[in-house]
Design a protein around this ligand. Structure first.
Ligand code: PLP
Length: 367
């Protein structure tokens, strides 16, 4: 009999590798939604856009495919910063760009939230936040959402080293009005307030319009959702030049070239094609409303969503069982085994064909 190597032991009793730093031993990494290798699935589990990116994005990337790939990209991605600044009526000094908004958020945690007072975020929100806290040793306190999953800004009126939440929130889809965000900014002048607007283009109003008045506000966005470029990895932040400078200092101490040549070219083109953006996001909004209404008719409780997903529960069917039954029918949705939300399913709004398949499968399962 040969000796068992650590890799063959169950994970719980696996010996700690002596090469691992104490930090690595303590980490609990984020678990992304499944990216199945099968491609005949109706994939409604990671909030990807069912419509492809703008054809102009693909052309711009094609045009960038040349011998120039031997050269490093522009470390500051100036073209892209300028395109985003023009789009929102800001200046390039107010823009930071990164390899997906997850990276932008990581730099924000590292550069703005490492303080003696704890970071505040909702008990139900993006599950990457506590992971970044673990990575950067940031103390945090979760603030419970109300029973209907609305965020009460008054609950954030406490000592903090920063505040962050998605708006609309994930995975609930609920939107906080700008007036509430402004209330928070006025009462919280000495720490950074980061609004993660990954889904803002599906019906919300961006807080970027408040950036000129509130130097402690940082708004992050991504091209992964409304611009259908999850595979290109481009995210950005808009804020006061001094907040942007904090992110630049972190970025330039970590990786000078987070955006490659293809990503910069594609992202610039994505902002230029407003028609494609407008048509596809309106199609998703219309599908969301239709899907929400249909699920309600089928007995689901559906939270009002301003995102490209809906959060729903059935009063008499276990959510994990529903997810498993959908999976047997080749439809994957997201289920979180987490207190308060373990009876909900988070369902990405697909195209009409995908949504019809989902409804038909649920009809069968509930019959
Ligand atoms: C999808 C998502 C992001 C990250 O998007 P990237 O693909 O890394 O740009 C950030 N925040 C929330 C709440 C998200 O759902």
């Amino acid at each position: 009999m040969t000796a068992q190597t650590p890799a063959q032991l169950p994970p719980t009793i696996r010996a700690v590798n002596p090469c691992w730093s104490p930090l690595v031993q303590r980490l609990t990494p984020y678990l992304p939604g499944e990216q199945p290798k099968l491609n005949n699935l109706v994939k409604l589990n990671t909030n990807e856009n069912p419509y492809g990116p703008s054809p102009r994005v693909l052309e711009a990337i094609q045009a960038e495919l040349s011998d120039a790939l031997r050269l490093y990209p522009d470390p500051n991605a100036d073209r892209l910063k300028q395109a985003i600044a023009d789009y929102y009526g800001m200046t390039p000094a107010q823009i930071f760009v990164g390899n997906g908004s997850d990276e932008v958020l990581a730099h924000a945690f590292h550069g703005l939230f490492q303080h003696p007072a704890p970071l505040l975020f909702p008990d139900i929100s993006y599950s990457f936040y506590p992971v970044y806290c673990g990575l950067y040793g940031i103390d945090f306190v979760t603030v419970p959402l109300a029973d209907d999953f609305t965020l009460r800004v008054q609950d954030y009126a406490q000592s903090n080293g920063g505040i962050i939440f998605p708006n609309p929130n994930a995975p609930t889809g609920r939107l906080l009005p700008l007036t509430d965000i402004e209330w928070l900014l006025q009462r919280n002048r000495d720490s950074a307030v980061v609004i993660d607007e990954a889904y803002i283009d599906f019906g919300g109003e961006t807080a970027i319009t408040l950036v000129d008045r509130y130097p402690n506000l940082l708004v992050t966005q991504t091209l992964s959702k409304a611009r259908s470029l999850a595979g290109l990895r481009v995210g950005f932040a808009v804020g006061h030049p001094e907040l942007i400078e904090a992110l630049e200092r972190i970025k330039n101490s970590f990786n000078s070239y987070p955006l490659d040549r293809l990503a910069i070219a594609g992202a610039v083109a994505a902002f230029a094609d407003r028609t494609h953006f407008e048509n596809t996001r309106q199609a998703i909004i219309a599908s969301r409303e239709h899907l929400s209404a249909t699920l309600r008719e089928m007995g689901f409780e559906v939270l009002p969503s301003t995102a490209n997903f809906i959060f729903a529960r059935h009063p008499d069917r276990d959510a994990a069982e529903l997810a498993a039954a959908l999976r047997e029918r080749s439809i994957i949705v997201r289920h979180f085994r987490q207190p308060r939300i373990d009876q909900f399913l988070r369902i990405t709004v697909g195209d009409p064909t995908q949504n019809t398949a989902l409804i038909a499968a649920l009809d069968q399962i509930l019959a």
